[in-house]
Write a protein that binds this ligand. Structure first.
Ligand code: GDP
Ligand code: MN
Length: 384
């Protein structure tokens, strides 16, 4: 199975940090300049405005700005919202109390691929790319590989923090933050959890000024509150609906709504539509191992797309029956058509075990099946 994970936004990760007792700056999430003004008024002190995008290096890319007055906050927010930072559109900002930074450290936990176990990391060089620090000055990064069953002890994180040169009052506090970070990594089935920078302020307070948490996709079923965030991340309502229905839907602009069982097949269909001069209206991969319910969910979603987008003139599908039962498609399609009476033609190609019989049954429901993708696609693109 391929590795994949869900990335949380800074403000989402900080919310989790806060719950586990890791100190984070006071802040508000805003999505308009007016809200940014309100936030700085409420916080009643200088702030930083931080673009909420799922890429690092926002500081360098101009995604972190300091504002001292409500006017400045409003103006900077107007500049950031809707802009692109690191190739992602900014929809939200985190408005946070500005920190008076004395030192920036790095704390992180990830999987060490060479060993296949977690690795806990601390560095005296925070606020910059940790991989660069590790490459240029490895002595400034302290590592620990906790036994997966044993976990880590406070004395071990303390030793790590000492190793990077910290002492005095801050030592036990930073040590317990690192301990908690490992705990969060384990509890959330993390791929990575990071504080970069962990800030020591001029008056000796400690804050996670940045936060990163990636959660293993395959573990999301254990974390319904993170799964809910994942759905929120899909801004397009149809794409979000696809996620809820367990199909992979990507919204596009075109006349032919496309669906198939398998991502490779669906990509081929997109290419085929373009090759004959058409434009795909969407990408829908039902995945393998089809059930009637999933087929119903998928076709119903395409009809929702057609209802919401007058450019959609036809639905084109291709199903390759290898192990999926053909009945899932025939019954699923006929059920949806009986309920919804689509306004546009549904055209497709089916191949494999019991394909002829399936095509015949679908034909009775008004769904035309063609022997080849090319013929089917030409018919679908030709619908005006
Ligand atoms: P990243 O560039 O995407 O990692 O975003 P960060 O949240 O790490 O912010 C980048 C840099 O902005 C940090 O390393 C800090 O130097 C600076 N920064 C972030 N928050 C504050 C703050 O509250 N006050 C000040 N003065 N600088 C900040
Ligand atoms: Mn950072």
């Amino acid at each position: 199975m391929g590795k994949s994970w869900m990335r949380l936004y800074e403000h989402e990760a900080k919310e989790i940090f806060r719950k586990f007792g890791i100190p984070v700056p006071q802040g508000r999430v805003v999505s308009s300049p007016t809200e940014a003004r309100k936030a700085i008024v409420e916080l009643n002190r200088p702030v930083v405005l931080k673009a909420q995008v799922l890429v690092g290096g926002r500081g360098k890319a101009g995604g972190v700005r300091v504002a001292e007055s409500p006017e400045e906050a409003e103006r900077d927010a107007a500049g950031l919202l809707g802009a692109e930072i690191g190739g992602s559109k900014v929809n939200k900002l985190l408005v946070e109390e500005r920190l008076n930074i004395a030192r920036e450290l790095y704390l992180g936990v990830t999987i060490d691929d060479t060993r296949g176990t977690p690795v806990v990391m601390a560095s005296s060089e925070g606020g910059i790319d940790i991989e660069e620090v590790a490459a240029k000055t490895p002595e400034k990064v302290a590592l620990l590989h906790p036994g997966i069953l044993k976990g880590i002890r406070e004395y071990e994180t303390r030793r790590l923090i000492k190793q990077v040169g910290l002492k005095g009052k801050v030592l036990p506090r930073i040590s317990s933050i690192l301990w908690m970070l490992y705990h969060i990594f384990r509890v959330y089935n993390g791929e990575i959890v990071e504080i970069n920078p962990l800030v020591i302020t001029a008056d000796g307070n400690i804050f996670a000024a940045d936060a990163r948490l990636n959660v293993d996709d395959h573990a999301l079923f254990r974390h319904p509150e993170v799964e809910a965030l994942r759905l929120e991340h899909f801004e397009n309502p149809l794409e979000r609906e696809g996620q809820k229905r367990g199909v992979n839907f990507v919204d596009l602009k075109g006349s032919v709504a496309i669906m198939g069982n398998g991502a490779g097949l669906v990509m081929t269909l997109l290419d085929a539509v373009k090759m004959v001069g058409g434009q795909p209206a969407c990408f829908l991969d039902t995945g393998g191992g089809l059930s009637i319910e999933r087929v119903e969910n998928a076709l119903d979603l395409l009809l929702m797309k057609a209802d919401s987008d007058p450019d959609v003139k036809a639905i084109f599908f291709a199903f390759w029956f290898m192990i999926s039962p053909a009945e899932a498609v025939t019954e699923g399609f006929l059920n949806v058509i009986a309920k919804k009476r689509p306004r546009i033609p549904i055209i497709g190609v089916i191949q494999g075990v019991a394909a002829d019989r399936a095509a015949e049954i679908l034909g009775k429901g008004g769904i035309k099946c063609y022997p080849t993708i090319e013929e089917g696609v030409r018919a679908a693109v030709g619908v005006r």
